[in-house]
Design a protein around this ligand. Structure first.
Ligand SMILES: C[S@@+](CC[C@H](N)C(=O)[O-])C[C@H]1O[C@@H](n2cnc3c(N)ncnc32)[C@H](O)[C@@H]1O
Length: 212
């Protein structure tokens, strides 16, 4: 298998949706979030929560933060199964956010987090997402994006190049995005890249902050 992103969502006996990649990457993602979380960051809006595994894992380890999941409605049942099992009081009910159909939820989030989403949607929808973040992120707010990226048009690894082909075979609008494109779009909203961290499994963690 060329990348963690290729792993499928499975159904465990409990009927909760289960993505093996989440279990593999949740700890390293948490470490970066902890590193960049400030004491004033109280609410994190997650976009494209998927199974809900990241939501409950992060919330469990960040008890002072309210984690707000969001995704297309079809994923809410699974997210709620994870929420119910975890029994945490700091994971909110998921909000409906389908980029291109709804607007970014007015969650008043200090931080917006999204993992493994931008290559799954079209570039047009990526741009819609960046515009909505640009217009809605509060000054000082942060945007954290985890996933694979290209640099100056080049894949970071052969396996990411294969992954990109695999994505495009499923849907020609999908594909690994250019780091420079993301930075350029966000710059237009005074949101700047403050860190770019290479992660395991050919992924990056891009961290942005909106300046006053
Ligand atoms: C590969 S999954 C990643 C899920 C989770 N964040 C993770 O890392 O396991 C891609 C997620 O993007 C969501 N997604 C795809 N298109 C979307 C859109 N237009 N608006 C919002 N979410 C979308 C899917 O519903 C799915 O949950």
């Amino acid at each position: 298998m060329f990348s963690e992103q290729a792993s499928k969502v499975m159904i465990k006996k409990t009927e909760k949706p289960f993505a093996p990649a989440c279990e593999r990457n949740q700890q390293v993602i948490l470490e970066v979030i902890k590193q960049y979380l400030r004491s004033e960051d109280k609410k994190i809006l997650e976009v494209g929560s998927g199974t809900g595994q990241h939501a409950v894992y992060m919330a469990k380890h960040l008890p002072h933060v309210l984690w707000q999941p969001s995704d297309v409605l079809a994923n809410h049942q699974g997210i709620n199964l994870w929420r119910q099992e975890a029994g945490l009081n700091n994971v909110a009910e998921p909000l409906v956010y389908e980029i291109g159909k709804n607007h970014l939820p007015e969650a008043q989030a200090d931080v917006i987090f999204t993992a493994n989403t931008l290559h799954i949607m079209s570039l047009k929808l990526v741009n819609v997402f960046l515009k909505e973040v640009g217009e809605n992120l509060k000054p000082g707010g942060r945007l954290l994006i985890y996933g694979p990226f290209k640099y100056k048009g080049q894949f970071t690894t052969d396996s990411n190049a294969e992954f990109d082909l695999w994505l495009k075979n499923i849907d020609s609008n999908r594909g690994i995005r250019d780091y420079e494109h993301i930075c350029e779009k966000l710059k237009g909203y005074n949101i700047h890249n403050i860190a770019d961290i290479s992660m395991p499994a050919n992924n990056q963690f891009l961290l942005f902050e909106k300046h006053d």
